[in-house]
Design a protein around this ligand. Structure first.
Ligand code: HEM
Length: 509
């Protein structure tokens, strides 16, 4: 018996060795320079052992010694070969010029058991993605955002009041405050709901928003599979949202949809668009490639809430952190805020767009801290017709399903594009320096037809929050302020490992 077991073990070890040799020989066979993998973990040991977040792992590939002049880097995500593209022209080719081959993202959840994760706009795959993007885009036109602006200003004023309540001299966990603001804002403009996160410390909406990004061991494993081993998503039955969060989102969005249908009220928001989609699908069931049931609609609402609250609150937080460390820049921005507000209580949509220094500051925050950190696409080769190759760099034809990554963080911190990359310097974006800027090396919202659909809204809400906070308050560093930001290793997006604490001081008039 023990001999049989020994033989079985030995056979399995030999089969594994041969399989792994073959799997890890992919880039060598194709003559592409690659990072040497280690057994089982490939090139992703640091991510798989929770030492670095996923976006930093991609940054490390981009910055690997010996690849400085390479247009791309061959890597192994565990056992899977993947390509990290470095050359800015190649990035444009993949993301824009040859987008027909790169419609989909790599990450995936379980198509059979995760209706909220699999079907939302971020995760959706073509052709369902294209239909959805066309349907949902009207929510983000300038006209629609302008219509919603008065609601946004109300939340801006609530933020100002919250700062007032916290009191001059208090030490504030800035991310918490900013995330309450963006939670309230997205809830009101997308769903017409009052989340009350700023007024109510234990707001249910805020609790669930935070839970989406809070990582337990189970969630960390789910995220590792979603990011790196999507082929196992079904087998492992991974879900984007936890059970508790799913229950909350389903019940609140179901309620909003039912109420809107019952009252017939129109707000020109996401809910109206979703109801129109539902009616269209009922009238013409053959037209769309995915059945439009209630969960399909809830999935779209859920991704708005998720993508909309975390990214913008981090942008605000990191801007405030940099401004607390550079008080001269903060004073210059406050002067602009004072000039633009004048004696008014609010600032108009048009006026906030005209604030040049505010734009420079937010652009620089997103240069130094591109919140999502990386961009990814999956290659789809057609069954017939011309196939995608890496020409003019290499004649290799990419295999169907190959994962492509691009490190925004590495490009944004590459001194050949951004001198002194660690310096927070809004002057880089001064129109007078336009000819020194290489905007191809700036992509905080991604690139091409699958870029961020919420870019305008994300910028606007971050700016609105900042002007309301800084109008009457100054932020300073204090004993609890971290000297250097370290990334939270288990966060899917850029986030500080430690709370960012700043001292708030009322500005005397
Ligand atoms: C400062 C704020 C934000 C940043 C930095 C940001 C960044 C990004 C990035 C880098 C992507 C991937 C783009 C690509 O793959 O090329 C993305 C996609 C997306 N973002 Fe944002 N985002 C922000 C705000 C928002 C807001 C406010 C919303 C919605 C309310 C939103 C909704 C989405 C959605 C739905 C996608 C997927 C689009 C698609 O696949 O068609 N984002 N975002």
């Amino acid at each position: 018996m023990s001999l049989e077991l020994l033989l079985l073990g030995a056979t399995l070890a030999v089969v594994f060795y041969i399989w792994q040799r073959r799997a890890f020989g992919f880039w060598q066979r194709h003559g592409v320079k690659f990072i040497r993998p280690i057994p089982l973990l490939g090139c992703t040991r640091e991510f798989l052992t929770a030492r670095v977040p996923f976006f930093e792992q991609i940054q490390k590939f981009h910055e690997a010694p010996g690849f400085e002049k390479e247009p791309f880097v061959g890597v192994y995500m565990a056992y899977r070969p993947a390509l990290v593209i470095r050359d800015l022209d190649l990035i444009k080719t993949v993301m824009i010029k040859k987008f027909q081959y790169f419609n989909n993202r790599v990450l995936q959840t379980d198509p059979h058991n995760d209706a909220l994760g699999y079907n939302n706009l971020f995760f959706a795959r073509s052709p369902a993605w294209r239909e959805l993007r066309t349907t949902i885009s009207p929510v983000f036109t300038t006209g629609k955002i302008k219509q919603m602006y008065p609601l946004m200003v109300k939340i801006g004023k609530n933020l100002e009041d919250s700062a007032e309540r916290l009191g001059s001299g208090s030490s504030v966990q800035v991310k918490d405050l900013c995330a309450r603001f963006t939670t309230d804002l997205i809830a009101t403009i997308a769903f017409g709901l009052e989340a009350n996160a700023l007024q109510n410390a234990s707001s249910e909406f805020f609790y669930h928003n935070k839970a989406i990004f809070a990582v337990t061991l189970r969630r960390a494993i789910d995220f590792a599979i979603i990011f790196m081993l999507p082929a196992f998503a079904s087998l492992a039955r991974v879900k984007l949202f936890s059970k508790e969060t799913t229950k909350f989102i389903r019940s609140s969005i179901n309620y909003v949809l039912a109420e809107r249908e019952r009252t017939g009220q129109k707000r020109n928001d996401l809910v109206d668009i979703l109801l129109a989609l539902k009616r269209e699908a009922a009238a013409n069931p053959q037209k769309l490639s995915t059945p439009v049931d209630l969960d399909y609609l809830v999935a779209q609402a859920a991704i708005f809430q998720t993508a909309g609250f975390e990214t913008s609150s981090s942008t605000m937080t990191l801007t405030l952190y940099e401004l607390a460390r550079n008080e001269a820049l903060q004073d210059r921005l406050r002067q602009e805020i004072t000039d633009y507000f004048g004696d008014e209580e609010h600032i108009s949509y048009e006026r906030i767009q005209e604030m040049a220094y505010l734009s420079q500051v937010v652009n620089e925050t997103l240069r130094k801290y591109p919140i999502v950190g990386y961009i990814e696409r999956e290659c789809s080769q057609p069954a017939e017709g011309e196939r995608f190759t890496l020409e003019p760099f290499h004649n290799m034809e990419l295999p169907h399903g190959m994962s492509i990554y691009m490190s925004t963080l590495a490009v944004h911190r590459d001194p050949q594009y951004w001198p002194e990359p660690d310096k927070f310097d809004p002057e880089r974006f001064d129109p007078a320096n336009r000819d020194k800027l290489n905007m191809d090396a700036y992509m905080p919202f991604g690139v091409g037809p699958r870029n961020c659909i919420g870019m305008r809204l994300g910028l606007l809400q971050s700016k609105l929050g900042l002007v309301h906070l800084l109008r009457n308050h100054r932020v300073h560093t204090c004993d609890q302020t971290v000297k250097k930001i370290e990334w939270a290793a288990t966060s899917p997006v850029i986030a500080s490992k430690h709370d960012i604490v700043l001292r708030l001081e009322k500005v005397s008039v």
